[in-house]
Design a protein around this ligand. Structure first.
Ligand code: GLA
Length: 723
């Protein structure tokens, strides 16, 4: 049994392999959080002090409860307006206009199997139980149900929140955090992953001081600007040592994460749908279901935390992946051709792809409707045969004849005003009547909360899909939502949430209709890189920035929560189109090779030497795919602070590892660089090139990286165990 419940039904302990998560019902019926960390045996509430504290409200006027206040108790779910002044997990506007919500314990249920949430993606396992704790606000008869489950070996706790109106008046949910709990003691750093377009998810570590730190996105999508995932780490926690808690939301829309250090030094930790512009009406008998949140705890530093999260994403989140054995190495037409191509250019790319050992060519933006630039055409998913100079079917047939597979780009959720679709249905865009909308890349967002909109796009896409042998789709979304206004809704406070439900429903339907098609996620690069998307897209275009040096920080930051094979990584031309930096071809390969690999260039423009590196690289990615997609990833430095980034991935059976190093700079008379490796067997011996070295030397003394001869030099090392 991994969920332990005391005989009196008041103490709940969820144990995973190395961790315990514990809650208790107090004398007054509040559910308090007593522990999340290493495995414990017994009741941890003994660690909490009851005290008469000034300006902390009590539940009764009686003297004997002067020492009881939810203002300082570590709560498992706090409601606004009943004496807890920290940021609330749930805020309700009641039928009588009050905003009080005082959730107290009503009962629990223990169920076989892990819960799922209708309409929303979740982690899944056959090997778990679900604990459902019901809390009720007695005056309004509004119930909050907390769902808990776990992934035993990965030290992951999952949680979801449901709110049901069992009263007789309409209410409104103004805030509903998917997970929330208080840590009574400690001193923590908050590690978050902020960024911007072309510089996503770069690690940011800061000390948590007094007050409430809010991270989030109000953009309708999880965003480039802040990832829906963060880590709370003890101050001295590093990659290998110390305690840390990871928290993430399985959702792709607007979110908020809050960490509040309270007056007595406790910490409230929560994540959920962003409460800005969120207001969910609930009539009597109705129920709201929020997205899932996940937590993981490691007492062995951040490296272990990432391993837990990587294995959970791989085995419990990402749906069935076609081509699990090896993902096709592809050439994407975007940075090579932009909007300027005909079918012949794509066929030429395919021919070259074949001679160079790639598997697929992907025709990016520009093949449909009226689309020679990014001012028109989105919404019109019919092939522009005048531009291509042949039908799609013919073109794909010729590509397949070269022995190359074919993929295509779509941006299904968007529309340009200059399109047939918009001219026919201007009300299908998320705009407000009487207001000039804001434009992103000259486009508007389609109202995916409406079924007729989804059905139209689905039908258009299916017509294309059925007309040719399309084996891969790159699914883009190149702006964020600004006007959360659906012409199909009576209540606008739910538009953002219902948009996401609509999108997930569409993806579910699409996956079922085209189960063999590989889906790559994208939103101007990594604008929607989250666990919700990963459920449907086994990998996501990491960033529109393909500069291999900027990519070091982007990919490193991404690796905290997301495994390497979920990152789309391509080699592009030099000078780089985003920042003009010139880098060696081998360096571009070294940076990209540990992800889902490909190119954004025209190979015929490469030198012979570069073409031969390309052949080698394709084979390298293929032959090491097992390690990349299943192994344990280790971050060995920080390119935001060090001169270089080094990372390695070790096969799960320990027989082999790959180590990549890329330097960001160079100096005259350089100092030597030695890197301590991780994840090897200290007692074993390893072959690296000509040398045979012991695991203990490589991990505890270090490995010398050969002297750099130029800027941006890279190394790739194969480390094989010697039997
Ligand atoms: C986005 C993507 C790019 C490319 C363009 C096409 O920016 O991230 O890779 O597909 O759209 O318009």
């Amino acid at each position: 049994m991994s969920i332990g419940i005391s005989d009196d039904g008041k103490l709940f302990t969820i144990d995973t392999e190395n961790t315990s998560y514990q809650m208790k019902v107090t004398s007054q019926g509040h559910l308090i959080h007593t522990h999340y960390g290493r495995r414990i045996y017994g009741d941890a509430s003994i660690n909490l002090e009851r005290k008469d504290r000034g300006f902390s409200q009590n539940p009764t006027p009686e003297k004997k409860l002067r020492d009881y206040s939810i203002d300082y108790l570590p709560l498992e779910l706090s409601g606004f307006g009943s004496g807890d002044y920290r940021t609330s997990a749930v805020t309700i506007m009641n039928g009588d206009g009050s905003t009080c919500f005082n959730p107290v314990f009503e009962g629990y249920e223990l169920k076989k199997g892990k819960y799922s949430i209708e309409g929303l993606p979740t982690f899944a396992t056959d090997n778990a139980e679900t604990l459902v704790i019901t809390l009720v606000d007695k005056a309004s008869q509004v119930r909050a149900r907390l769902f808990y489950s776990f992934l035993q070996e990965k030290d992951i706790i999952t949680r979801a929140l449901e709110i049901e109106n069992d009263g007789d008046k309409d209410i409104r949910i103004l805030k509903a955090m998917s997970t929330s709990f208080d840590i009574a003691y400690g001193d923590y750093d908050l590690i978050s992953f902020p960024g911007r377009h072309c510089y996503e998810r770069v690690e940011n570590r800061e000390h948590v001081s007094w007050g409430c730190k809010r991270l989030g996105s109000t953009r309708g999508y999880s965003s480039h600007q802040m990832n829906p995932a963060f880590i709370l780490a003890e101050r001295n926690t590093d990659e290998e040592n110390g305690e840390a808690i990871a928290c993430a939301l399985v959702y792709s829309g607007s979110f908020v994460a809050e960490v509040e250090k309270s007056q007595y030094g406790s910490f409230r930790v929560q994540i959920g749908i962003n409460d800005e512009a969120f207001s969910y009406p609930l009539a009597p008998g109705e129920c709201f279901r929020g997205p899932e949140a996940i937590l993981s705890f490691s007492a062995e530093g951040l490296d272990r935390l990432s391993y837990n999260l990587h294995m959970a994403a791989r085995e419990n989140l990402i749906r069935e992946i076609p081509d699990r054995k090896h993902r096709p190495v592809l050439i994407n037409s975007w940075e090579g051709c932009y909007f300027d191509f005909s079918a012949q250019n794509i066929i030429d790319l395919a021919r070259d792809a074949k001679t160079l050992g790639a598997d697929m060519v992907v025709m990016d933006d520009g093949w449909f409707g009226k689309r020679d630039d990014d001012f028109s055409g989105l919404g019109d998913w019919y092939v522009n045969e005048k531009k291509l100079k042949m039908t799609l079917g013919e073109m794909v047939e010729r590509i397949n004849k070269e022995g190359i597979r074919f993929g295509i780009w779509f941006e299904p959720e968007m529309v340009c005003e200059d399109s047939d679709l918009y001219r026919a249905h201007p009300d299908w865009a998320l705009t407000v009547p009487g207001r000039t909308p804001s434009y992103g890349r000259s486009q508007l967002v389609l109202d995916f909360s409406r079924k007729e909109v989804r059905d139209n796009i689905f039908e258009q896409m299916s017509r294309i899909m059925d007309s040719a042998n399309i084996e891969y789709i790159k699914w883009d979304a190149n702006r964020h939502i600004s006007e959360f206004f659906s012409r199909g809704a009576e209540d606008q406070g739910t538009t953002g949430y219902r948009y996401m439900l609509g999108l997930y429903e569409f993806l579910e339907k699409f996956k079922n209709r085209y189960p063999g098609v590989i889906l790559e996620g994208c939103s101007g690069g990594g604008g929607r890189f989250d666990y919700g998307m990963l459920h449907y897209f086994p990998f996501i275009w990491t960033s529109d920035n393909t500069d291999p040096i900027d990519r070091l920080s982007i990919q490193r930051g991404t690796s905290f929560f997301y495994p390497p094979e979920t990152m789309g990584c391509h080699v592009s031309a030099s000078p780089n189109h985003q920042d003009g930096r010139e880098t060696p071809f081998f360096t571009r390969c070294a940076t990209a090779l540990t992800g889902t690999f490909g190119y954004e260039l025209v190979p015929s423009r490469l030198s012979d030497e570069e073409r031969s590196i390309m052949k080698w690289a394709n084979e390298y990615n293929r032959s090491n795919w097992e390690i990349i997609s299943k192994g344990r990833y280790h971050r060995l430095s920080d390119p935001e602070q060090d001169d270089y980034y080094a990372w390695m991935i070790v096969a799960n059976d320990g027989s082999k590892a790959i180590l990549h190093t890329v330097s960001k700079t160079n100096h005259g008379n350089n100092r030597s660089v030695s890197i301590r490796l991780r994840g090897l067997d200290e007692k074993a011996w390893y072959r690296i090139g000509e040398n045979v070295v012991s695991g203990s030397v490589l991990m505890y003394s270090g490995m010398l990286i050969p002297d750099r001869k130029g800027c941006y030099e890279a190394g790739i090392f194969i480390i094989e165990k010697v039997e």
